[in-house]
Design a protein around this ligand. Structure first.
Ligand code: SAM
Length: 666
C-alpha cells in the first residue's frame, strides 16, 4: 500500500484561524497537509473542530447513553484524531457497564509510523490513547483489521479504497463521519456510490456529520435517502452539514446476502448474553477470549480439560497461508494471520510461548514470484528468498500455553455435554448424564469432530484427519522454521519439532480421539525433513523422538465452519426450488435458536481460531445489525455453516441440468 506523503506546515494559521500552541517545540506546526490531495488533515490542534463537527455535531455524548452498542463509521482515518476524540467522549459519557463503542474507519493511504508519532505528539491529552493506538495499528496489510483498543472500545479499520471497504462492510452504522478531504480535491470520497453504500449500511436513526456543505454532497446524500441540513460551522466556516436517514423507523435489511446466508434477525439485548462453549481447544478458547473482551459471561465445557486434543501438541506454526487472487478465502487466511499475531502479541506472557523465529515457506518460483509481485502482507513481513518466501514475524507457538492464555480466567467444567436443546424462546439447555439441564442464552459447539455427535443434522461434511508430530529434544534447533506442507522448526522447549503426518481416519475413531503414535509416522516425518534439508535430517534419530498424535477436523473446502447452526429441515424444505433452478423470492434462513458452530479448523486452527472466535462472538452479539462483524461479508458467507446444504441443493440442480437458464449466486 502507498503511504501518505505529508507536509507539516509551520507559522501559518490554519483554516479555523485559530492555531493553538503545539505542546512540544520540536513538533511545532500548525497544519498537516497531504501532498497528494493538496488538502489538510487538520489545522490548529484539530481537536476543537473535530469536537464541533463530529462529536457534538453527531450528539454523541447523549447517544452513547441511549444505545448499548454504538457504531461509528468514518470515511478517512488519517491521523486517527476523530477516533481519539470519539474514544474520549465515550469514556467520559458515563455509560452503563457493558456499553461498547466500535469505530469503523477506511483508509487508502495510511500515515507512516514516524508521521503518526509526530502528529500524535501535539495532543498531550491523548498521549495514552494514541500510544495504544500506534502500538496496535496494523502494518499496512490491505483489508479489515479488528483491533481492541480498550475493554469497551474497538477499531475496525479497513485499509484500502473506501468503495471496496464499504461494499464489503458487514456492519450497520449509527453515526457516520464524512471526513475525506474537500469534495473539490477528492471526489472519490463523495461519489453517488459512496452515498448509496452509506445508506445501505446505516442503522435505524443513523446520522451523518461533515464539515462540508458543498451542493453536490447535499444533493448526493438526499438522493441516497438522508435528510440533510446546514448547521453552524467551526471557526471561519459558516456551516457544517448534518443529516439523518429519512426513514427513521425503518429496520435495516441485509440486502447483500442471499437468503440462505441471512443472519438471525436483529435482537436488541438489554444484557450481555450468557454463553456456553463446548470444547476447550484453541477454537473454544479463542471464542471465550473474544466473548470476554466483548463483555460477555462465558463458561467452557470439556470433559478432557483445556488443550487435550490437537491443541495440546508440543508445538505448532503461526504462519500465513497465502492464496493467489483476491478471493474471500485468500482474504480470510491473510486476515487470520495478521489478527492472530495481534491477539497473541497482547496475551500475557506471549514472549514465553511464542517464538517469532520466522518461517521460510518453500514454494515453486512461479508462485513465489506471483505472490511477491502483489503481496497481501506488508513488504517488510514477506521476503523473497531463493526457493520460496520468508515471513519474519511468523514462528512457533506452544499450543497448550496459548490456549491457557486465551482462556484466561474463564470457568471450565470437565463435564460431558451429551445433548443440546434449543427452543423458540431463545434459550438453550445443555444436558449431561447425571445433572439437571444447564441454561444459557447461546451455545457454541467448538469441539472439533465431536460437533457431529452433539449437533444432530448430518449436513456437516467434516472428516477426521490423524496427524503425528515429533520433537527431538536433543537435536540442535534451527534458527527459524522451514515449511513445505511438512515442516521442521525450533521446538518450544528446545530441540527440533517436525510435523505433521496426514491420515484420513473413520469418523467413529475421530470422534473418540482414538489415534496412537507410531514409529512409522516418526520415520515419515524424518523423511519429510530429509526432502527439505537432507543434512539436517541426519541429526534426527527416530529412537529419540517424543511423539504426539491427534485428530484434526477438516472440511471439504478447507475453510472453517463458523456461524449460526442452520435448521436443516427448514433449509431443505424452503430452498428445495434450488434443486430445480427455480428463481424465486426465497425466505431468509432459519436457525436452531441460540446454537452456533465453530469447527472444521483443520491444520490451521492455531492461526485461524482468533479471527473465527471474534466472528462468532460478534454474531452472537447480533452482527451485522447490533455489532459489526470483524470480517468482510463475503468471508462470513464463505464460513457459513449453511453453505454445505446450499451446495448440495445446487449440485442436485446441476446434475439434473434443469432450468439452466436461470442462475443463482452463492
Ligand atoms: N479523519 C481523519 C483524522 O481524524 O485525522 C482525517 C481524514 S483526512 C481529511 C482524509 C483521509 O481520507 C486521508 O487520510 C486520505 O488518505 C483518505 N482517503 C482519501 N481518498 C480515499 C479513498 N478513496 N479511500 C480511502 N481513504 C481515502
Amino acid at each position: 500500500m502507498r503511504e501518505a506523503d505529508l507536509t507539516f506546515e509551520k507559522n501559518d494559521k490554519g483554516a479555523d484561524g485559530n492555531a493553538s500552541a503545539p505542546s512540544s517545540l520540536d513538533e511545532r506546526f500548525s497544519a498537516v497537509r497531504s501532498n497528494a490531495f493538496d488538502d489538510i488533515y487538520f489545522a490548529g490542534d484539530g481537536i476543537h473542530e473535530t469536537r464541533h463537527v463530529f462529536i457534538h455535531g453527531s450528539d454523541l455524548p447523549a447517544r452513547f447513553l441511549s444505545k448499548r452498542r454504538f457504531t461509528i463509521g468514518e470515511l478517512g482515518f488519517g491521523t486517527g484524531l476523530n477516533l481519539l476524540e470519539a474514544w474520549r467522549a465515550f469514556d467520559e459519557a458515563g455509560t452503563e457497564p457493558g456499553a461498547r463503542l466500535t469505530f469503523i474507519s477506511f483508509e487508502k493511504f495510511p500515515l507512516s509510523r514516524a508521521d503518526l508519532e509526530r502528529v500524535h505528539g501535539i495532543w498531550s491529552e491523548h498521549a495514552e490513547r494514541s500510544a495504544i493506538l500506534r502500538d496496535r495499528l496494523p502494518e499496512n496489510a490491505p483489508g479489515f483489521h479488528d483491533i481492541q483498543l480498550a475493554p469497551s472500545v474497538s477499531l475496525l479499520l479497513y485499509l484500502g479504497d473506501v468503495v471496496d471497504g464499504l461494499s464489503r462492510l458487514d456492519a450497520f452504522v449509527d453515526a457516520w463521519f464524512l471526513d475525506g478531504f474537500s469534495p473539490a480535491k477528492n471526489s472519490d470520497m463523495w461519489s453517488a456510490s459512496v452515498f448509496d453504500l452509506l445508506a445501505e449500511r446505516s442503522n435505524k436513526r443513523a446520522t451523518i456529520s461533515t464539515f462540508t456543505v458543498a451542493g453536490a454532497v447535499r444533493r448526493g446524500l438526499s438522493q441516497a435517502g438522508f435528510e440533510v441540513e446546514k448547521r453552524p460551522g467551526f471557526g471561519r466556516k459558516r456551516d457544517r452539514l448534518w443529516g439523518q436517514r429519512s426513514d427513521l423507523s425503518k429496520t435495516p435489511r441485509d440486502t447483500r446476502r442471499p437468503p440462505w446466508f441471512q443472519p438471525p434477525g436483529p435482537k436488541p439485548r438489554d444484557v450481555s448474553p450468557k454463553v456456553a462453549i463446548i470444547g476447550a481447544g484453541v477454537a473454544g478458547a479463542a471464542a471465550a477470549h473474544a466473548l470476554i473482551a466483548a463483555g460477555c459471561n462465558c463458561t467452557v465445557f470439556d470433559p478432557r480439560g483445556p488443550a487435550a486434543g490437537a491443541s495440546g501438541n508440543i508445538g505448532g506454526l503461526i504462519m500465513p497461508r497465502l492464496d493467489l487472487g483476491d478471493t474471500p478465502q485468500a482474504r480470510f487466511f491473510t486476515q487470520s494471520y495478521v489478527h492472530a499475531l495481534r491477539v497473541i502479541g497482547l496475551l500475557p506472557g506471549a514472549h514465553e510461548f511464542f517464538n517469532r523465529c520466522g518461517v521460510f515457506l518453500r514454494l515453486d518460483d512461479a508462485k513465489a514470484d506471483a505472490l511477491i509481485s502483489d503481496p497481501p502482507l506488508p513488504a517488510n513481513q514477506i521476503e523473497r528468498r531463493e526457493g520460496g518466501l520468508f515471513f519474519k514475524d511468523a514462528g512457533v507457538i506452544d499450543p497448550q500455553k496459548y490456549v491457557q492464555a486465551l482462556l484466561g480466567d474463564t470457568q471450565i467444567f470437565k463435564t460431558h455435554i451429551n445433548h443440546i436443546d434449543t427452543n423458540d424462546t431463545g434459550s438453550v439447555s445443555l444436558n449431561t448424564d447425571d445433572k439437571p439441564p444447564i441454561h444459557f442464552d447461546a451455545v457454541i459447539v467448538a469441539n472439533s469432530v465431536g460437533a457431529l455427535r452433539l449437533h444432530a443434522g448430518g449436513y456437516l461434511p467434516i472428516s477426521g484427519v490423524a496427524g503425528q508430530i515429533d520433537a527431538f529434544l536433543e537435536a540442535h534447533a534451527p534458527a527459524s522454521a522451514t515449511a513445505a506442507g511438512p515442516y521442521f522448526a525450533p521446538a518450544p522447549g528446545g530441540g527440533v519439532l517436525v510435523g505433521a503426518t496426514y491420515d484420513k481416519i473413520d469418523l467413529e475413531k475421530a470422534c473418540n480421539g482414538d489415534v496412537e503414535t507410531s514409529p512409522a509416522a516418526t520415520s515419515e516425518n524424518i523423511n519429510a525433513v530429509a526432502a527439505l534439508a537432507p543434512a539436517f535430517a541426519q541429526s534426527l534419530s527416530s529412537e529419540r523422538a517424543m511423539s504426539r498424535a491427534s485428530v484434526r477436523c477438516q472440511t471439504p473446502d478447507r475453510l472453517p465452519i463458523v456461524g449460526p447452526a442452520p435448521d436443516p429441515e427448514f433449509y431443505q424444505a424452503s430452498y428445495e426450488g434450488l434443486k430445480h433452478g427455480v428463481k424465486a423470492s426465497y425466505p431468509p434462513a432459519e436457525y436452531q435458536n441460540g446454537a452456533w458452530l465453530l469447527t472444521g479448523l483443520g491444520s490451521r486452527g492455531l492461526v485461524t481460531a482468533p479471527l473465527c472466535g471474534a466472528l462468532v462472538a460478534a454474531q452472537i452479539l447480533g452482527a451485522p445489525f447490533d455489532a459489526p462483524s470483524p470480517v468482510d461479508q463475503t468471508v462470513a458467507d464463505a464460513l457459513h455453516p449453511g453453505r454445505f446444504i446450499f451446495r448440495e441443493l445446487k449440485r442436485a440442480q446441476n446434475k439434473k441440468s434443469l432450468y439452466r437458464s436461470e442462475s443463482l449466486s452463492d
